[in-house]
Design a protein around this ligand. Sequence first.
Ligand code: SAM
Ligand code: SF4
Length: 326
Amino acid sequence: MRLSVTDRCNLRCQYCMPEEDYLWLPREDILQFEEMDRLVDHFLALGVAKVRLTGGEPLLRRDLPALIERLSGKAAIRDLAMTTNAVLLGPAVHDLKRAGLHRLTISLDTLQRERFITLARFDELARVQAGIDAAVDVFPGFKIDSVVIRGVNDDEMIPLLEFAKARGAEIRFIEYMDVGGATTWSRAQVVSRPQMLDTIGSHYGPVAHLREDSSAPADRYRLPDGTVFGIIASTTEPFCRTCDRSRLTADGLWYLCLYAARGIDLRGPLRGGVSDEALRDLITSVWHARTDRGAEHRLATRDRAPLIPLNVLKRDPHLEMHTRGG
Ligand code: SAM
Ligand code: SF4
């Protein structure tokens, strides 16, 4: 379960938030920690065992360690992770660890300052790198996620791999996805898994595929020197069939697929005083009726263009990747 704690962000990555302005979720709709806690308890009772905090940028949510502390106290959560852009990570990293966060994933697409500014619209690479360096000892073996975009950063796969390796991190290269919010997406900018493997293989030599039995989205590979990295081929080889993720937005809408047109309102029933049993019945019946195959449908779409037209996107923040949490 991916729990988005805010739709706000302190970057404007061009594959996620390329527009000049955004409509935000109404403040009064944002769930309090106590409400998130209760909803998470329902999902845990129904079998969820892994929770990932995301956003927007989760570190913008005031007092985040207090939420982590609540969650880390729940024995049913086997894995408590967070995805962050790391801008605010440096000063926060020890508090996150103390609060009980298990694992960290950091998004990083370039090591070049000018390119970072073009890609994320803020001059924040230095703070991101400081955040990453602060994480090395506190969250050893953390992950780095890089979206690879042709003509933007596809020439940086090797430097990024080396950067991760030097910090004991495992890097995962992600295909550029045509999710809501990616209004400048084009098929031509997608670097596919075989193309990524080509680039890496021609630099390092033969790359071994690690066969693993898991529902994790990343396929993992090993370089001749033992370094392991991942590729998430969500655009050209989607993994809908094995996907068991679901997403809760900061205002309590539940999405069963990143591409879903609509979410299920859990805030209404929660605030309306519906019984625990009724809420769990609702979650169970929706999950059992789930037929989502969003990425596979996209793959089958001819003349693929950005998923949601801008005028539609602008009317509903729930359609955005930065609201759904990635
Ligand atoms: N702000 C945090 C961050 O960037 O790590 C967490 C939220 S962000 C929406 C979660 C992940 O979604 C990031 O790793 C980001 O790279 C990824 N993402 C956003 N838009 C994407 C797109 N169009 N294609 C592929 N990945 C995307
Ligand atoms: Fe970038 Fe994450 Fe913010 Fe989207 S939510 S703009 S991916 S930092």
